[in-house]
Ligand binder design. Structure first.
Ligand code: NAD
Length: 297
């Protein structure tokens, strides 16, 4: 029987993942506060409100079975940080940048409740390195909680501990993720990109190289790697657009930064494909910027 009773969750970051994780939590009647950057920081102005509005339009509505009031959009961290104090779980889902995440953890630490679990949705940054920004009293309650995109529908969640995570934390979180969120858990070691992204990104990069080398079209490859093959996925390139090409490039960089060509020649041989570099330089980030491999996604 779990000691961990989750009534209120803070989700930090209202992007591709954070907004939908928040929606899923609301659907299972957990109260949620959803944070993003302060409105004054330019183009992200009002992003939380936009995320909530966008989610309401999805069919079936992720907010359909819960009271909208349960999802409280807050556009400014500094003013609303007090809301963290009564959260049982804090899920960090900001951009895949180690420096940004470390900075954020230092800011939130004074507001974390003494019983709360703090978990990162990073795609593959070292959970142990992330924990180093936290004070000693929070480190035993810190771990990785890696949802897959789209988190409302994908069943898998990877849970990752660090050498300082208390032994019951992953048990408590697994009970919550399976029984309250209705998902399946795989416990992963704290290795670069954990399990699924470590294996998955290699296949995606190899596919991109094939397209470059043999002049294939995205449509044909998506047919071959997606629905026409009987998979639920819409194929390599549509999936990349949904993931976000900036996030994908960060995942590739995590491999490059952490794997040694001598010990891991297979993974270390994958560089960032030229087409991905070009799209990023053009500001085409996939679905979130309305253009990626496909023009209208
Ligand atoms: P995203 O770029 O869509 O959203 C990130 C959000 O974080 C943005 O809204 C940004 O304004 C916000 N942000 C940046 N710094 C912040 C700060 N200091 N405080 C609060 N908000 C801040 O990114 P995403 O795809 O949602 O990814 C979020 C995390 O989830 C990353 O660690 C990513 O690796 C991981 N992840 C992504 C996917 C995916 O398919 N996109 C899947 C699994 C995990």
């Amino acid at each position: 029987m779990s000691r961990f009773n989750v009534k209120k969750v803070a989700v930090l970051g209202a992007g591709v993942m954070g907004a939908q994780i928040a929606a899923h939590l609301v659907n299972v009647k957990v109260q949620v506060v959803l944070f993003d950057l302060p409105a004054k920081e330019g183009p992200k102005n009002g992003i939380v409100t936009k995320a909530v509005e966008g989610l309401k339009k999805l069919k079936p509505s992720p907010l359909g079975v819960a009271d909208d009031a349960a999802l409280i959009g807050q556009a400014n961290y500094e003013e609303h940080m007090e809301q963290l104090r009564d959260c049982d779980l804090i899920i960090e889902a900001i951009a895949e940048r180690m420096d940004w995440k470390l900075d954020l953890y230092k800011k939130i630490a004074p507001f974390v409740a003494p019983h709360a679990i703090v978990a990162s949705n990073t795609s593959g940054l070292s959970i142990t390195k992330l924990s180093e920004a936290l004070p000693e009293e929070i480190k035993p309650r810190f771990c990785g909680i890696h949802f897959f995109n789209p988190p409302r529908y994908m069943y898998l969640v990877e849970l990752i501990n660090t050498p300082t995570t208390d032994s019951h934390i992953l048990d408590d979180l697994e009970t919550f993720v399976t029984s309250a969120l209705g998902k399946g858990v795989v416990r992963a070691k704290d290795t670069p990109n954990f399990i699924a992204n470590r294996v998955g990104i290699a296949g995606m990069l190899a596919t991109m190289k094939e397209v470059e080398n043999f002049g294939l079209t995205y449509d044909v490859v998506d047919d071959l790697t997606g629905k026409k093959l009987g998979r639920a996925s819409s194929g390599t390139f549509r999936t990349a657009d949904v993931v976000g090409l900036d996030t994908m490039a960060h995942v590739v960089k995590t491999l490059q930064d952490n794997l040694n060509a001598e010990t891991d020649p297979f993974y270390a041989s994958f560089g960032t494909p030229e087409v991905l570099k070009t799209l990023l330089e053009m500001g085409n980030l996939g679905q979130k910027s309305k253009a990626g491999f496909y023009k209208k996604v």
